[in-house]
Design a protein around this ligand. Sequence first.
Ligand code: HEM
Length: 521
Amino acid sequence: MSISTETVKQLGREYAHEDEDHIASKMVNEFEAQVTRMYKGRKMLRQVHTKMHGCVKATFSVEPNLPDELKVGVFAGKAKDYHAWVRFSNGNTVPEKDKKKDIRGVAIKLLGVPGEKILEDEIHAKTQDFLLMSSETFFAKTLKELSSLLNSMTSPNPIKSNLFILNPSLWPILGRAIKRKVACKNPLAIPYWSTQPYQFGKINQAVKYHLRPNPDNVIVVENTTDENYLRYNLAQTLYNHEAKFDFFVQFQTDPDAMPIEDPTVPWTSQNIKVATLTIHPQIFDSNEQLEFGDNLSFNPWHSLPEHRPLGAFNRVRKRVYEVMSKFRHAKNKLPDVEPKDSDDFLKDIRKAKSQVILDQQIPEKNIIFTTAEVTVNCDKKKAYEFVSSVEKLPTWLLRTGPIYGIIKVTKLRGCWAKVGDNRLVERGDSATLVEELISVNHYSNYAYQTTEFSDIFKHFTNKTYGHMWFDTVDDQTRLRWVYTFTYKNLVARAILWIFSKLFLKKYLQNGLNNAKSYLEE
Ligand code: HEM
C-alpha cells in the first residue's frame, strides 16, 4: 500500500511521519533493555501481554454465503474451517493479580492458511494472526505520545519509571490508558477489538476487527478473588462447554471521520459478521501447553497481503514484534517458528456436555461463605473420586474443635453421582443432615445443598451449600471448598458468621489436609 502525504484524505490510505523508523528503533532498544533486566537468569517472557490465562484450540469458521465483496484473503473461496490457536492475556508488562483492571488481549493464529505472507522471513508460513484487545479504541493518539510514555515506563531509573505519573505532558495518554482498562470475570465473556485498521483486499479498503462473545455461552465463574482466577474460570468453563465468538469486520466509510492514523477515534460504520470462532471444550492448563503458548509468536504482520496492517502503530509494530520475538526466542534458546496445522489438531478436544441440566444456583447475596483449599500432588480424577466418595468421607472429615467428624453416610437416592442424588450424613455427636447434589461436572467441580439439620443449626438456616472445585495448578490438583450458609434472620447471621470464622474454616481446612495425606500416601 502506498503512503501518501496528500492533504485531502482518501479511503484506505496511510499518512506516515518521517520519524517512525527512529521511534521503532528507540522502542526496540528500550524494550530489549527492560526485558533483559527483568528476566536475568530466568526464562524471558513477552514485554507486554506477559500473563497468559491460556492458549486454547479453536476453529475459525468463515461464514457461508458471504457476498463476493467480502470474499477476501482468508474469507475468500468456499466457506472454510481453519484450526486456530487462541491466546488470552492481560496486557501489563509485570504480571498482576487478575482482579486489577487491565487491558485484556486475545491473539488468534489461524493455521493452514495458503498463500505468500507479508514478512520476508516468513513468506511461506501458513499462519494468519489477528490481535485484539478489550477496548474499542487505542489509548495513544500519536506514536510520539506513545514513545514518550514508554520511554518513562521502561526506564532503568526507578524515579523516572515510578514517578512518570507526575509528568503533566503524559496525563492525556495516561488518562486514556486508565479508561481502557477493564475488570474481567472470564476472558470468554468480554468483547475485543483490533483498534487498528487493516487492508481488506483492495488498496482503498480498510477494516477494523471485532470479536464479540455469543450471549448464549455458558460462563463458569469459580471466583474472582484468586490471583490467577481468569485461568481457573477459563479452565472450569472449557472443561465441559464450548464458547463461541462472532468475528466482524467494520469498514472505513469516511476517511476523515474514521481515520487510519488516529486509533483513539471510534469508527461508526456497521459491524459485519464474517466468521465464528469456536473455542472447544478442552483441558489446556498442563505446564507443557502453557509453555507452548508462552513460546508462540503472535504478530499482526503474520498476514496475507490482503489483510495488511495499516496505520502508524501497525507500521511500528512490524519492527517491534519481529525483533522482540526473535530476541526472546534467542535468549531462551528456542526456535522461533510458526506452528503447523495437522489433521488431528482437534483429537484431544472434549465432548461438550450434551445434556443441559438446569443446575440450581447457589445464592450470591445474603449469605456467609467460608473457603478452604489445598494443593495435592495427584491428578484431578483421583482427587475428585476420593473427595466425592460416600464411603471415604468418614475417613477424612474428622472432628476439629467443637465440630464432630462424619461417622456414617447413607445413600438415600442414587449413587451420589448425578444431580438429584442425595445422602444422609451423620456426625459423631449423632446430629444428622441431608445433602443433595445440585451440580455435577465430573473431575472438575460439584455442588450440593444441605437441609434437614437435626441439631441447633435448624434454628439459624434452612439451607447451606458446599461447592468443591478441582483446578490444575502446576500439574497438581488444587481442591477448593466453598461452604455457603443462608441465614434466617440477623441474629442467625451474626451467630453463623462467628461460627464460620472461629470453627468452620478450620474444620474444612483440616478435612482437606487429611484428604491430601490420603491422596499422596
Ligand atoms: C505501537 C503499539 C504497540 C506496541 C509497541 C506493541 C508491542 C507489543 C509487544 C512488544 C508484544 C510482545 C511480542 C512478543 O514478544 O512476541 C506485544 C504483544 C501483544 N500485543 Fe501489542 N503492541 C502495540 C499495539 C497493540 C495493539 C493495538 C493491540 C491490539 C489491539 C495489541 C495486542 C497485543 C497482544 C494481544 C499481544 C500478545 C500476543 C500474544 O499473545 O503473544 N498490541 N505487543
